[in-house]
Design a protein. Sequence first.
Lengths: 436, 115
Amino acid sequence: MNGSTGTVSVPFELTNHRLLANLSGQLLKGEPMASDLPPPYTALTRHPMMPRTNHDEAARFNFLTHFNRYLSGTVGAGNKLAYEKRVLPAFRAEHGRDPEHRYEIRDGMNKDAWHRVWSALKRNSMEMRQHNGRQIVLRQLDELDAMAKQFNEHSGMLELDPSVEQPHYQTSVDIHCQPGGYHSEEREDDVTVGANYDVGLFATTGGALGGLNDGGGTAVVGWAKQERPDWEPKRILDIGCTVGHNAVPIAQAYPQAEVIAIDTAAASLRYGAARAAAMGVTNIKFVQASGEDLSRWDDGSFDWVQTTMFLHELSSKAMPRILAEANRVLAPGGLILHIEQPQYSDDMPLFEQFMRDWDAFNNNEPFWSAMHGQDLKQVMAEAGFPRESQFVAGVRAVVDPEIFPPSPDEGEEDFGRAAIWNAYGAWKPSEQAVAA
Amino acid sequence: MDWVALSGKRAKGKRPEYFEDPALDRLYSTVFAMAAEVSALRERQDTIERLLDENGVVKREDIERYEPTREAADERGLATRAYVARIMRGFQQEVEAMEASDPPIMDVVERLSRE
């Protein structure tokens, strides 16, 4: 990758190992981990807005961290065994051929006794994470709401617009089984859902996102700084920011830039703006707006438009609308970058596609399956980003290796959860290039 | 605000039924919530012991504020890993059994009675 608009295609298997090892030099330079044990919950950075945990609340998250790793590693291996020893032979006997789509594998696996047991364990683990997080947040909601209000009144970094409607793809189910989703309120102007997201993300990812749960944002920054060390974007738009975990590191890495972080959910933005202000970040603004309608911003308003683990939360009609709007507000020569888990392709084994699809059906991620099945390059081309301007790169969370072990990626990947992603991006052609 | 009642609110969206008997789905929820509680109790016990070792006396506030050092965190992490392995043995051994594909024990009994 030379910083121009060259297309770099990264075969899937490379993204998980060699290329990543290269890109994550910062991780590898650290001292080797004493062990591969996950860090304790108390290793998280307690910024002022972070809900306070007592001893046992932290200990419950510690249990879940270990439990999740056990489910994806030790007993997660049972899924492939069940498939190869029982489900696949039964499918072949019935149909006289191999499965041709991940849904055929899913139909078979959903009848398999082991996969049902494993799925029940994993679903319960997520529900426990939500319950523990909500107990922590709700018992101290008065303090959290008051603190958020104070930060937001003083910082001027929060701009809400009650006329923004909650899109159906955010309200049809509560995403990630988080009660209330990312938009609902327990009472007027509260921060419950944002605070609950922040306080429990550690347990879901086993600490792989770092002390501030911001590994997605640090991955983006690490990539951009390596790709174009001297680039100085002035205006950056982050679409679908929720609580700003991944937008804040960008604002911190580019202090001369102004970052606009938008989301439709006021309940998440209230917490996110207060969190950023509490961390002393001043060059970011949290604005309630839909990515489908960026009409308040003129053509070419931004040097960089970013989405991080957001496209899979949309719908098949919303995604192209958002990408077309992103293209319009992006200045010529600017960067669009999407961080996602790898798209399904013909190179990816169907069984792996099925495993990566688990969250779609068991963790309220209803667009996950369809989105990952699409050819994102084609979708981006239709939104106005020429194929020759596009690239795909592998990125991973950049975390403090002294405290946080790297995401397990050698045969123990927690499908769809590891802090290892593909970056799908494009440098928008300059006007001269378009004219030529 | 009744934070205890509110915290258990269900997420919108139909929950998959993993087992034929819904009672088993309910039972899993209870068993693993209790497993988490036992783990938290074990960790609390460890905290008390460490504080007693260090100070000879322990205040409740010290327990709530306790943050393990890196070394202590690794010891506790290893203990939690071993605990999870103990309560999950049945599941882990089922995975091993899938790999081994042992014949029914009666087949072995009959074979040994013959050979």
